[in-house]
Design a protein around this ligand. Sequence first.
Ligand code: COA
Length: 266
Amino acid sequence: MASVFRDHLLTGKNAFVTGGGSGIGQRMAERFAEHGASVTLAGRKQEKLDAAAAIIRSSGGTAATCALDVRDYAAVEAALQKTRDQFGEIDILVCGAAGNFPAPVVGMSANGFKSVIDIDLLGTFNTCRAAYAHLRKPGASVISISASHAFIPIAHQAHVCAAKAGVDLLTRTLAIEWGPDGIRANCITPGPTDDTEGMRRLAPTPEIRHRVEQGVPLRRFGTKDELADLALFLCSNAAAYITGAVYVCDGGQSLVRSSLSLTETH
Ligand code: COA
């Protein structure tokens, strides 16, 4: 689907997107490419990255891929250097790589908890830390993909809640530390979003989907295009004075819930 923004807002820019091989990260990368940016898609599975890059290229965009695990600092650092060599300094960084599985705390091993913390929180740290040298200039922008888990306790999601709370505070701390370099850092907090792996797992039947929609003031799921347009806005000059913000794009869902159990939605 086309963007609501008409002009090419990112001509000459260079974007690096972790989690860019699928879902929300993929659509954000597509949007950046439509608006003139070169994009590098990073993620664990080369075949997913290749398919996503092919879609961008078939629409006339410029895309490269880097297969990596964001838990591996050296791999992230090497991928960013490769991107810099190929497309020049990096202007836009999206930290979208994430892992999730539903489990109560007592059904989760220490290693299971650590896996999600390592992918979501340490992975965001690794990506930002390694990208700093390439981002350090006015106009550069970091976007972390968070979740309402960061401020709403959700049963069976303790690992994600802890990780995303960390992602929000890490990103807002970067806004302070890197602001003097001209680097902005913001979070996007999606709600239930159509056509994503997370929602296929959490709302697998029409009945559950209906129940989730009834818990959203706008009474519908969000779309990946809406999140992509928000990301486009945040990394464009239209948001030149916005940093350290957490943009909740969830149809109002988090306004009406102070806690949530995954089993409630089932
Ligand atoms: N319930 C309980 N524990 C689970 C689990 C589940 N459903 N799935 C994985 N784990 C545990 C494993 O048992 C293991 O712990 P152990 O060594 O004590 O047995 C630990 O998590 C790591 O599992 P591993 O298979 O090595 O996966 P990983 O380290 O590569 O981590 C996950 C990846 C676990 C986060 C995986 O679920 C994932 O990547 N999911 C797909 C991504 C996704 O959900 N994206 C949408 C994000 S919103």
